[in-house]
Design a protein around this ligand. Structure first.
Ligand code: BTN
Length: 258
């Protein structure tokens, strides 16, 4: 679906955003722009609704009006193998922005690899996709962010919630993008200047389930163990009951309160 943006806006430190009334997926539109040679580093795409919103692990992302759907394009200066660094960085940016919106830092925590929780329930998810151009000379990332403002899916394995469940006044998606674009600039600057270790420490400080027994799903298998920290490439490190250690690079945490 090609769609024309209805508005072009400017945010924190000259960041530009194109706003769409409806689009298939802001990630897909970002990839289309990059493939057409029209990608702009730092450009935000915001949609009021999506007809084919997608989530991690091949899932659909429910995208009816009222919630927040945006993607930011990143012309990456970091080697491709280190792309997971951006998903942890993005999760931190969303957490910072939501701290400001909910006004209570303790309410927002992070669930490996890049979900954001409000009171222990999923309020936001991130999907990072990559694209190379000019025979690998240009590496691009698209960081797609969905935030539940007015609605959350029901009957999902990990419980979901939305911001209006605790905030009475209306939350506007442009206001949310304003907060997010500022937090994004701040954490990206830290990533580039201070390196991933600093981001990782900040992420771990608000990681849900750290040091506790959790259950993680990898493909069809479930693993239960103590969440010890992050390994290389942002892997989830689990200490299993048999005394071995398992590093999970791709999967999800199913259960935090065992
Ligand atoms: C997840 O599965 O938790 C990640 C969800 C990411 C959803 C966002 S909404 C904006 C962007 N466009 C998409 O199609 N997906 C991402």
């Amino acid at each position: 679906m090609t769609s024309e943006p209805s508005v072009s806006l400017e945010f924190f430190q000259g960041q530009r955003a194109l706003v769409f009334d409806q689009i298939d997926s802001t990630n897909e539109e970002a990839l289309r722009l990059i493939r057409a040679g029209r990608g702009e580093d730092g450009l935000w795409l915001l949609a009021k609704s999506q007809t084919s919103g997608r989530g991690r692990l091949g899932r659909e992302w429910l995208s009816e009006g009222g919630n927040f759907f945006a993607s930011v394009l990143v012309k990456s200066e970091i080697p491709r193998a280190r792309a997971p660094e951006f998903s942890f960085t993005a999760a931190l940016a969303v957490a910072k922005a939501l701290d400001r919106i909910v006004g209570d830092a303790g309410l927002i925590t992070l669930k490996w690899p890049n979900d954001i929780l409000l009171n222990g329930n999923k309020v936001s998810g991130i999907l990072v996709e990559s694209e190379t151009r000019r025979g690998g000379a240009e590496n691009w990332l698209v960081v797609g962010i969905g935030i539940n403002i007015t609605g959350a899916p029901e009957g999902v394995r990990f419980p979901a919630t939305h911001l209006q469940s605790i905030i009475n006044e209306n939350i506007n998606n442009i206001k949310l993008l304003e907060e997010l674009s500022q937090a994004w600039k701040e954490v990206m600057e830290r990533l580039y200047k201070e390196g991933f270790e600093v981001i990782k420490e900040a992420w771990l400080k608000r990681a849900a389930g750290l040091g506790k027994t959790i259950c993680a799903k990898v493909g069809e298998d479930d693993f239960e163990g103590i969440f010890e920290g992050l390994g290389a490439g942002g892997a989830l490190v689990l200490a299993l009951a048999d005394g071995t250690r398992k590093e999970i690079l791709s999967g999800e945490i199913l259960e935090l309160k065992l």
